[in-house]
Design a protein around this ligand. Structure first.
Ligand code: 13P
Ligand code: ZN
Length: 270
């Protein structure tokens, strides 16, 4: 058995979480991340027959039966993860149609997975249907995206177009745009279902007055998605109160589509 802390996904998750904290996206216990692991990878580091505890999930997800996830713990501070990974992270396998999570490693102080587990698992189901390569779901509280939800129209097309106009790279990085949920009670199956529904058409879902969800094939891609959207929101919050003299036009965005081989969400450009 190889040492679990040397697993590539573990090393990358700890680095990414530390970086998220350093970006100011995850105050206190804010934010959560889940990574879908391959069974053959898990078996190199753990005996999958050794279940430490069974934890009820409170929802069903038959599509994820037998799947393994590396997930942040609820109430855990991202700033501490690098110093005590086994307390702050866990590896679970879903069974019983998704109703039970079998703990194989972690949550060593008796803790459990994030309170946003429903949103994570339901988003994995939704994204895997669109992109079988999807492995990561990430949630955090970046200040400018959050601020934007107080002052900008929450219409998804308008919200997306504004972000695309804020930096040239935005349309290239997230041509599928940003979907937006109104304020909803977090940590519930309802917000999980609503997030998953929005994940069918975009890899970024804003939770108004709360934060953002991103999904992608690996941690770098997912982090980069949120980082780019947050940069767009930062520019917006710097200029929203000033007269707009220049912008990136739709014509220029069509040039970007051609140059980078991306296709903007249908109907979002004139
Ligand atoms: P957890 O500590 O349960 O992951 O919750 C943090 C959070 O951001 C809730 O939305
Ligand atoms: Zn949150």
């Amino acid at each position: 058995m190889k040492p679990i802390l040397e697993m590539k996904e573990m090393v990358e998750l700890i680095r990414t979480i530390t970086n998220m904290y350093n970006h100011g996206w995850d105050e206190r216990n804010g934010g959560n991340v889940s990574v879908l692991l391959e069974e053959k990878t898990v078996k190199e580091y753990l005996d999958p027959a050794k279940v430490l505890r069974e934890i009820p999930t409170g929802f069903e997800a038959p599509e994820l039966e037998g799947k393994y996830f590396l997930v942040t713990g609820t109430g855990k501070y991202f700033k501490n993860v690098q110093y005590a990974p086994e307390e702050n992270l866990g590896i679970v396998r879903l069974t019983d149609g998704g109703k039970t999570a079998e703990l194989l490693w972690g949550y060593s102080d008796g803790g459990k997975f994030t309170s946003e587990f429903p949103a994570h698992m339901m988003s994995h189901v939704a994204r895997l249907k669109v992109d079988p390569q999807n492995r990561v779901v990430m949630h955090c509280h970046p200040a400018n995206l959050l601020a934007m939800t107080y002052v900008h129209d929450l219409d998804e097309k308008q919200f997306t177009r504004t972000l695309w106009q804020m930096c040239t790279e935005c349309i290239v990085v997230f041509p599928d745009g940003v979907n937006v949920l109104p304020w909803m009670l977090c940590g519930t199956n309802e917000i999980g279902e609503a997030t998953a529904e929005k994940m069918k058409t975009a890899r970024l879902v804003v939770w108004s007055q709360h934060g953002i969800y991103g999904a992608g094939k690996d941690l770098d891609e997912t982090f980069g998605l949120i980082e780019t959207a947050e940069k767009g929101a930062e520019i917006y919050m710097k200029i929203a109160h000033l007269p707009r003299v220049n912008t990136i036009t739709d014509e220029q965005m069509h040039l970007l589509e051609k140059r980078f081989g991306v296709k903007a969400r249908a109907g979002y450009l004139n």
